[in-house]
Structure formats: C-alpha cells, structure tokens
Write a protein that binds this ligand. Sequence first.
Ligand SMILES: [Zn+2]
Length: 103
Amino acid sequence: MFKFGENLFVEGRSWIDDAGYINVWYDGRAQFVHRLVMEEYLGRKLTDMEIVHHIDEDKQNNEWWNLQLTNLADHTRHHALGFHGPVDPLRLQNLQNDRTEEF
Ligand SMILES: [Zn+2]
C-alpha cells in the first residue's frame, strides 16, 4: 500500500492551505502532497501543464487511487459540468479495487 503522503504527514512538516489542500515542505520548498503522490505513482515529475484531480472531490484524500492525472482544459470542463460533491461510493470502491489489482 502506498504510504508516501502518510509518511510526510507523520513527519509534521505538512499543513493545510487556505484552499484546503495539504502542503508539505519537501525538497526545499512548499509542495502539494497530491502532486507528490502522483509523481511517486508515475515515477516521474509532473509538468506545469498537468493537473491532479481528486476523484471524490475531497482535497485532503490524497490516497493514490483517488488521484487522477488531467490537464487544465479537461479539468475545467469537468468541474464546469457540475460533477461536484461525493461520487458514488460503489464507484469509488470499484476504483480502489481495480487500481489495487494493478500492483
Ligand atoms: Zn478537480
């Protein structure tokens, strides 16, 4: 199981910003935990064009299975269409199961 965000949190160098995202002091600068988790998952750095979306809309749920790589255009469209609030718990459970099977 992926523990990267959790370890960072335990180290006590993280905080929640005004927008509700968990930040961490890492590699000499403040960074978003959800982006670090995605980078760890992909095994590479993200570009500035890439955006990490929280599938269940919970900005603090940085479990890797809850994060989806997207871009600004798709991300804006997604939120503009009104996909807000919690997603179907069954769909989320399936997602968690599917992605866990990849490992
Ligand atoms: Zn989003």
